[in-house]
Design a protein around this ligand. Sequence first.
Ligand code: AKG
Length: 455
Amino acid sequence: MAAPISPFSPTVSVNPAFSIILYTQDKQSAEENHVADCCTRDFTDQKRLEMSVADFISHWLGLSAEKCAIDLSGSEKMGSLLYLKDWHFVKEYPDYVAYTTPPFFNDDWLNLYLDSHYMHRDSDIHHDKNEINCADYRFVYMGAKGTWTPLHADVFRSYSWSANVCGKKQWLFLPPSQRHLVFDRHLKHSVYNVYDDVSETQFPGFKKTIWWECIQEQNEIIFVPSGWYHQVHNLEDTISINHNWFNAYNLSWVWNLLVEDYNVAKEYIEDIRDICDDFESICQRNLAANTGMNFYDFFILITRFALANMIQLYHLRNEEDAVSNSSNKAHHFISNLVSISAVASAMKSFEAFAGENLNSCSVKNRSAFSDVKQNLEEKDFHELCMALVTAYETIDGRWEQNFEIGKAPLCPKDSLLLNCSGADCGVQNFVTASSSQICGPEDLIRLIELLVTLT
Ligand SMILES: O=C(O)CCC(=O)C(=O)O
C-alpha cells in the first residue's frame, strides 16, 4: 500500500437530532430495500436481499447481542454480515431534514434532475415496482463492523462524497490511470476483493497496482473523483451518507462511460444486426437496462441543463441592478454551457442521432428534447431551473449564514428565477427566437453558440 491520504472535515451539518434508527422504527417504513449479504458473492457484486429497514435493524441489533454472547463465551461463531446500502432516506423522508449537503457538493446535476424528472422514460424498462429505487442518488449506508463494499468505480462514473455520521471506514483507492491493472486479459471482469488471493493468470496486472489508503473517522467526508476504483470496509459499526453526482466538470466522464457500455451492448447483439429493423433502438434499450440511461436520456438531460443555464444567463443580462458579482454568476452558466457543447460535439457522430434513427426513437423521447417551447413551459423544467439557481446561490455563499439546521431552505427573495415566472418575462421568446427545435447534438451546439454570443 502507498502512503495514506487524509479525508477532510468540512461541516456536513448533520441534524443534531439525526437518529435514523429511532425515526424509522417510529415510522415503520414499509419499503423493501436492497441489503447486501457481505459474505456471499453474486457475479460482480454481493448477493442482495429484499428487506425492510425495520427488519434490517432488528437483525443488526440481534447481531450485536449475539456478538457479545460470543465474545463472552470465547467461541468463534460468525453471524451473517448484512449491509444496508443505497437507502433513499432523503426521498423517503423528505420532511425530516437529517442533514444538509456541504455547499461545494451542491453543483449536483444528477440529483437536481431526478428531483423533478425521470432519467429513463420508456415504459418497458421502467422500474416502477419500487419508485424509490430509481428516485435519486442520495443514500444512507448502515452496517456493522466487518461489512464492506467490493472494488468498483461509481455509477455513471459520477463523483461521490461520503460522510461518516458515526463509525470508521477504510478506503482503498486506485486512480483511473491504473484501471487496466485490475481487469482480466479481455478487459471484461475486474477484481472483486483486493484482499483475495487474486489469480495472476486471470489478472496479470494486479501485482503492479499501487493503492491509496485512507481511514475515515466519524464526521469526516471522503470525496471520490470520477473513475477512481475503490473498495470500502467498515472498521466499526458505521452509518454514512453517500451521494453520487455529476456536473459540467465530469460530464464527459458520463458520456465516455455511455459510449463504452454502448459498444459492449452493440457487440453483444452484432450477429443479429442483419435481421433487425431497429438495431439501434435495441442497443439503446439494452444500454438503458444495463447502465441506467441511454444516449437519448443523456441528451435530454444535457438539453434541459443547457436551456436552464441559458435562461439564467438571460436573466443576468437583464437584471436591473447588475450586481457586482454577476460576472461570477455568469461564469458558472457560461462554463456549464461550454462543457455541454463539448459533450454534444462528441455525440454528433453517433448513429443514434442520425436522422433515420431519431425517427425510430420513441415519440415521448423525441418531443422531450426537440420541442423547446414545450420544454420551457413544463412545471418540472421550472423546478429544475429553480433548483439550479438555488444550488449556485448556496455555492456562492449567499445562503450559508441564514441556514438553520432542521428547516427546509426557502427560495431567497432575490432569486434570479423569480423573474422567470413573471408574466412579462421575455426569456421564452429570446430562446425560441433562435431555435424552436433541437433535433440532435448539432442543433444544441448551434443554439448554445448563438445564445452565449448574444448574452
Ligand atoms: O461506504 C461504502 O461501503 C461504499 C461507498 C461507496 O462506494 C461510494 O460512496 O462510492
